[in-house]
Design a protein around this ligand. Structure first.
Ligand code: GDG
Length: 466
């Protein structure tokens, strides 16, 4: 039997493979990607001889042979440069991403993008249909592949198909703007189980189904065409064990001390860690910080704000604008309030290794997570996991999935700048004993719903689906 003939009893499909290609001198090699999804899937995939992951390898046009990295069997799906522009940057990230995030920037609707989206989704469906053994379990991820469950169901009715959406499912009034709203609902209903981050996402999806297809849902079960699709909330978690290992690592601890010193050993470090994305509300927290300094409610003598903004989707509409706005605000705050040799905002538009992020979480007295909309937000959970002494305050937007679980955080409405300012000011001054109880509660929650538990819960439910 050749590798191409092999059939698998568990197939994962996601936009990206769980690996990335890195240069090593003149050669290139595959290494596991950082990130929550890869950590979550490791226990259910790594070393499992019957599991395979289908996805784009991250290099346009590359249609490599299947390969194995770190126990992950990888099956590349080729996507050309032209398709990347239309399917990935276009339909996925300039139509679906903004529409599903409350239309924070206007979604664009182009038929050429839609055609490419369909073509690429068909390619994924064909690939999975080819890889899956009779009766196999298939788990499809995220908004890039919304049509795959339906396309797959048509040719492989024998499969157990699960789908998980990592981003919010929008309110019905927004969703119905999509010219291809019916095709996408039909695509998703090919799944036996649809997972969303929150109960609100699950409700929104069911309401959209009823509005568009006329099908009445019974609780969270949808009966259609003689089949049933279950819908449920499966809030994603983080790899707490890995984080705990890094927190205990003496090199990471030493780095934390070094970073605090290099910031001038301020009394209070406020931190933001985000992809540079207009959904994350980076500009909102900078504006609030600027006003707090201007009103002397926070002082440059004892406060520093560090903002990590990981470069992201720079070719997509809306991203260059948010970058300009953020950088203009950073310049403005530093220009007006910084002192020679001591900026008050440290802004890093760079990607950092996870060790460096953990060192920063360790020194952050106040963590600012202020998205205007976010499916979950893993940064909030990572921060909590990095506070074993129960110190530190998490300022968390109500519009994140994480806020549904982390009720003990300092919850804020990012549209209400006065409310945000009060929360930031109180957090910077809050005595650690008071903050301790909240942090303890949140740590328990984060530890009890890890990424691994999330994957197990979803797969157990898929297995039990009728
Ligand atoms: C989507 C949904 C949902 C950040 N900067 C660096 C870096 N990161 C890591 C963080 C964290 C991850 O990236 C970001 O996760 P988020 O959840 O905050 O956000 P999205 O990328 O928008 O993820 C989101 C998630 O999917 C999972 O379902 O929670 O709502 O939008 O883990 O630590 N990692 C490294 N260098 C960086 O500079 N290595």
């Amino acid at each position: 039997m050749t590798a191409e003939d092999q059939k698998w009893s568990f197939v994962v499909a996601a936009n990206r493979l769980p690996v990335r290609r890195v240069r090593e001198g003149d050669a290139a090699k595959w290494v596991p990607s950082p990130g929550g999804l890869v950590s979550a899937m490791r226990p259910v995939m790594s070393g499992n001889p019957n599991a395979v992951w289908a996805g784009w390898p991250g290099v346009p046009g590359l249609g490599a042979e299947p390969f194995d990295v770190d126990g992950f069997q990888c099956h590349p799906v080729s996507v050309s440069q032209g398709e990347l522009q239309l399917f990935y940057e276009g339909f996925s990230n300039a139509t679906l991403w903004p529409l599903f995030h409350d239309a924070l920037v206007p979604p664009e609707y182009h038929r050429t993008w839609w055609d490419a989206y369909r073509t690429v989704n068909q390619r994924y469906a064909d690939t999975v249909a080819d890889l899956a053994a009779p009766g196999a379990a298939v788990w499809i991820h995220d908004y890039h592949l919304l049509l795959v469950p339906g396309l797959l169901r048509k040719v492989r009715p024998d499969l157990r198909i699960g789908f998980f959406l990592h981003i919010p499912f929008p309110a019905r009034e927004l969703y119905i703007r999509l010219p291809w709203r019916t095709e996408i609902i039909d695509g998703l209903l090919g799944a036996d189980l649809i997972g969303l981050q929150t109960p609100l996402g699950a409700d929104n999806f069911c309401r959209a189904v009823t509005r568009i297809t006329g099908i009445k849902t019974t609780g969270k079960t949808i009966h259609h065409n003689g089949r049933t699709t279950q819908v449920g909330a499966f809030p994603i978690g983080i790899d707490t064990e890995r984080i705990a290992g890094l927190v205990a690592d003496p090199a990471v601890q030493a780095r934390a001390v070094e970073i605090r010193q290099s910031l001038g050993s301020p009394a209070t470090v406020l931190l933001g860690v985000d992809r540079l994305d207009y959904t994350k509300g980076i500009e909102v927290r900078l504006r609030a910080f600027r006003e707090l300094l201007a009103e002397r409610r926070l002082s440059v003598d004892d406060c520093v704000l560090v903002q990590i903004a990981e470069p992201s989707r720079s070719q997509v509409t809306g991203y260059a604008e948010v970058r300009r706005e953020v950088e203009q605000l950073v310049g403005d705050v530093n220009g007006n309030f910084g002192v020679m040799g001591r900026p008050v905002v440290h802004y890093l538009h760079q990607s950092h290794p996870i060790e460096e992020l953990v060192a920063m979480y360790l020194i952050a007295d106040v963590m600012l997570v202020t998205p205007l909309r976010d499916g979950m937000n893993l940064v909030a959970k990572e921060y909590v996991a990095c506070r074993p002494d129960n110190t530190g305050v998490l300022v968390l937007s109500e519009f994140t999935g994480a806020a549904q679980e982390l009720r003990a955080a300092e919850l804020i409405n990012p549209h209400d700048i006065e409310g945000l300012k009060s929360a930031m000011e109180a957090a910077a001054h809050r005595p650690s004993a008071e903050a301790g109880a909240a942090m303890r509660t949140m740590r328990r929650l984060v530890r009890s719903n890890t990424a691994q538990r999330w994957a197990e819960r979803f797969l157990a439910r898929l297995e039990a689906s009728p």
